[in-house]
Design a protein around this ligand. Structure first.
Ligand SMILES: *[C@@H]1O[C@H](CO)[C@@H](O)[C@H](O)[C@H]1NC(C)=O
Ligand SMILES: *[C@@H]1O[C@H](CO)[C@@H](O)[C@H](O)[C@H]1NC(C)=O
Length: 368
């Protein structure tokens, strides 16, 4: 009996395996075809292709001209900054300016606003994102109290008022994970989508997206910039499984496709970029120094480049996705800043040193 049951189970198991293999065989060709198409573009590894892609970045950079008025080269908004984190939104916003935006706004929790203003007179700082347990004390205006007592819809209104004047938003630097604040950011993302404003999402903005992927599902003007941890979290949330660490290209491609071809930039030793169709690799020489804050330099400069790329259009990017070209430019620039800063400061290199290199790095990569 036991033997027959065992044999029966074995036969059943064999049948299941056969069925599974058949299903996999059916599934394999399209997936392979997609990966192959994507990998044929992996040739950007070579110096020549990297140079070609950099040329596309050069094509999207608007010429400096005395006939332009203030704001034409970019008005960027950074959504982030709370009581604990004030450096990240500052780094992102100042990087946007140094790359060439005309105006850089920060929309942050009120506790963060005076601190960010004190870092720089060059930023426009709006203390409109309310946080639970933030510093909205008894001296705050009635409006603040109204906002705190509800889901703070007025925070979304406050930012929405500015949206028609902004070309791109960078969402996430120094955001934190306060519930009220994240609900506001959700509203801001929805309002930006409704107005077709490009959004770069980083840091705790990605945490929000991992909780609710539907927020950006299929939004063609979104770019996500996860680090290793953030990528795993997103991948697990969207594809319900662990990342295959032997196949970074395929993983980035699959995540992008699962999100409806949203552009994904996985930061790492090499940056892997995909829009669900192409996979690009940015391996511009940086350094082995990894200080906190370089992700903010990337997201801030990407905000500007995304605006420029969309303005330039697909003729200037030779048929490649403008967002992918913008992302390649921002990754190259960040790595070049890292490289130059490291030449001068070695182990003591910090993000401020890298930001000081933006002008020279930009000239070297894009204006030679
Ligand atoms: C533009 O696309 C054409 C055709 O795909 C290719 O031959 C050429 O090298 C591309 N140019 C650049 C600068 O990438
Ligand atoms: C994403 O791109 C792939 C590859 O070109 C395509 O097969 C797929 O239909 C696209 N998905 C969406 C949602 O556009």
């Amino acid at each position: 009996m036991v033997t027959r049951a065992g044999a029966g189970a074995a036969v059943a198991a064999t049948a299941v395996v056969a069925l599974l293999s058949a299903a996999l065989a059916l599934y394999r060709p399209p997936l392979d075809a997609v990966l192959e198409r994507a990998f044929s573009l992996r040739k950007v590894h070579s110096i020549k292709d990297m140079e070609n892609t950099l040329q596309l970045v050069r094509n999207i950079i608007p010429p400096l001209s005395s006939t332009k008025h203030k704001g034409q080269d970019g008005r960027i908004g950074v959504v982030g900054g709370c009581q604990e984190y004030t450096g990240a939104p500052y780094f992102a916003a100042i990087s946007a300016l140094k790359v060439g935006a005309d105006l850089s706004h920060v929309f942050c929790a009120s506790a963060a606003a005076p601190v960010i203003k004190a870092y720089s007179p060059e930023l426009i700082v709006h203390p409109v994102l309310f946080a639970e347990g933030g510093n909205e004390g008894p001296l705050s205006s009635n409006k603040t109290f109204r906002a705190l007592s509800s889901d703070s819809p007025s925070a979304v209104d406050e930012v929405e008022k500015w949206l028609p004047r902004l070309h791109a938003l960078v969402v996430g630097p120094g955001l934190g994970r306060d519930d009220v604040l994240l609900r506001n950011v959700q509203g801001i993302l929805e309002a930006s989508k409704a107005r077709d404003i490009p959004v770069v999402i980083d840091a705790d903005g990605l945490w929000l997206v991992a909780q609710q992927p539907a927020l950006i599902q299929g939004y063609q003007k979104a770019v996500l910039t996860p680090n290793h941890m953030e990528f795993s979290r997103l991948y697990d949330a969207v594809l319900r499984g662990p990342v295959d660490s032997d196949d970074r290209h395929g993983s980035v491609l699959r995540l992008s496709q699962a999100l409806g071809n949203v552009t994904v930039v996985q930061k790492g030793e090499r940056d892997i970029l995909s829009n669900g169709q192409q996979v690009l690799v940015c391996s511009q020489e940086g350094s082995s120094r990894r200080c906190g804050g370089q992700g903010d330099l990337l997201s801030g400069s990407l905000g500007v480049l995304v605006h420029w790329a969309l303005l330039a259009g697909p003729e200037k990017t030779n048929g490649s996705s403008p967002l992918l070209v913008a992302a390649f430019g921002a990754c190259s620039l960040t790595r070049q800043c890292n490289h130059q800063a490291f030449q001068k400061h070695g182990r003591s290199t910090t993000t401020s040193d890298m930001i000081a290199e933006v002008g020279a790095a930009f000239r070297k990569l894009f204006e030679t």
